[in-house]
Design a protein around this ligand. Structure first.
Ligand code: GLY
Ligand code: MN
Ligand code: MN
Length: 437
């Protein structure tokens, strides 16, 4: 499943329509990064670059120049090279950059210093992601200086530099029908992996062995990469928010928190489930778990057009605080405890983020200092949690070392919302029934 050539073309046209007169946009492909001697990290295209081109190769550069007579969409990319391709695989080359990716004009990346200054020359405005990549910043300055050095011959260098991110990232925030189909599939594959993990889990297993269930399921379903490193935290490891060591045994009568999602067709899934290692929640675990589940339901109810970004978080905070008071972990009046942030030792992160090509996707959360209103086509996560640190002296010992988070990916629709990851069980009875089967 992938976005059509026509859609990539619409995205470029849309961006160009917002760029203004006499402007040029320049976007580099992601660099190849070294893992260790002679070994690179698996290559993953930059999300902005992919969004506008669908092009997955490194050493490429995209230029958009609205109104250019010889074509508005120009690509620089690696040249075809039979010997290189024998070692490293297929290279599209400039000819196919035009025929397969819709470029109007394409050149070898090795010619960029000769050609790009000429494309920039005469433009008033250059749009690019300033500051994101120091090497690229230096390269851009090199091209600009090459133009400036010719200014006595009447060439005029651009006088305005603008960050590209704002326009482009606002476009990426609103998902098309096709993007929603792809993200639904990422959600379904991620959810099924959680089901398989719940089935496979048993005391004595290592955290990495449970992680392997996810990776196996993702890979078998065309997801060669996780959307982020999986968190598989048994017992108190669940209280370490970014725990990725995943190298401890899973113990009887403890919970395991798994935050894992696949990347499918370049789009992220992001699901957290917390379940009992032996398949049965203890009474204390149930009590805390139910608060988190109620907080998540209350937050998801707030996901609808017209509501602002922070309402789901506020609903989650209220439900968690009320629940912690009821169980005696917090003492005092709920409203005051919310106001003073007394819940923060137990719930220290926010309730979600945008999700899309990046797991923490682009898009502003506030506009003119006000929380942004939700609109159809936006996709966000809803992921409240309760984490009782093993060293938390203020609460009864039986609560210490329990960490719970429940996370789903939620699409804002005209009517309200749709949970894209709903196939992963989260009700206590449903999890226990699945794990018993
Ligand atoms: N998995 C990263 C997050 O939940 O934000
Ligand atoms: Mn998340
Ligand atoms: Mn997550």
């Amino acid at each position: 499943m992938q976005v059509s050539k026509a859609e990539f073309n619409r995205r470029r046209k849309n961006l160009m329509a917002h760029m203004g007169d006499n402007s040029i946009a320049i976007l580099p492909a992601a660099p190849v990064r070294k893992r260790n001697r002679d070994v690179d990290f698996p290559y993953r295209q930059d999300s902005d670059f992919f969004y506008l081109t669908g092009f997955k190769e490194p050493q490429a550069l995209l230029v958009l120049k609205p109104g250019r007579k010889h074509g508005e969409f120009v690509m620089f990319c690696r040249e075809r090279d039979p010997e290189r391709e024998l070692w490293d695989g297929y290279i599209a080359g400039p000819v196919r950059a035009c025929s397969d990716y819709g470029a109007d004009d394409a050149f070898p990346i090795s010619d960029i210093d000769e050609i790009l200054p000429g494309l920039i020359e005469g433009c008033d405005k250059v749009l690019y992601s300033m500051g994101a990549n120091p090497d690229f910043d230096r390269q851009v300055m090199g091209w600009i200086n090459a133009i400036r050095s010719k200014s006595r011959s009447g060439v005029h260098p651009p006088n305005e530099f603008m960050v590209l991110d704002h326009i482009l990232h606002d476009m990426r925030l609103f998902k098309s029908k096709k993007e929603i189909q792809i993200m639904s599939k990422a959600g379904r594959i991620s959810a099924q992996a959680h089901i398989e993990a719940m089935r496979a889990c048993k005391p004595g297993m290592m955290e990495y062995q449970l992680e392997a269930v996810y990776i196996n399921h993702f890979t078998r379903n065309a997801c060669r990469s996780q959307a982020y490193p999986s968190i598989v935290g048994g017992g108190k490891n669940a209280c370490i928010l970014h725990y990725t060591d995943n190298d401890q045994p899973l113990k009887d009568k403890e919970l395991v928190l798994v935050d894992a999602g696949c990347e499918y067709g370049y789009y992220a899934g992001d699901i957290t489930r917390t379940f009992p290692v032996n398949g049965k929640f203890t009474e204390d675990q149930k009590a805390l778990y139910q608060i988190v589940l109620d907080a998540q339901s209350a937050a998801i109810k707030q996901v609808k057009p017209g509501n602002h970004w922070n309402l789901p978080h506020e609903a989650a905070v209220m439900t968690i605080t009320r629940g912690l008071v009821k169980l005696g972990l917090l003492k005092g009046k709920v409203n005051q405890l919310v106001k003073s942030g007394a819940y923060k030792p137990f719930y220290m992160h926010r309730t979600g983020h945008w999700i899309g090509l990046d797991v923490h996707d682009v898009g502003d959360y506030k506009i003119a200092d006000q929380w942004r209103l939700l609109e159809p086509g936006m996709v966000l996560t809803v992921e409240p949690g309760i984490y009782v640190s093993p060293g938390e002296k203020s609460v009864d010992a039986r609560w210490r070392g329990i960490g719970i988070r429940i996370e789903d990916d939620v699409l804002v629709t005209k009517e309200g919302c749709e949970v894209l990851t709903s196939k992963a069980p989260k009700k206590i009875a449903d999890i226990e029934a699945l794990m018993a089967s």
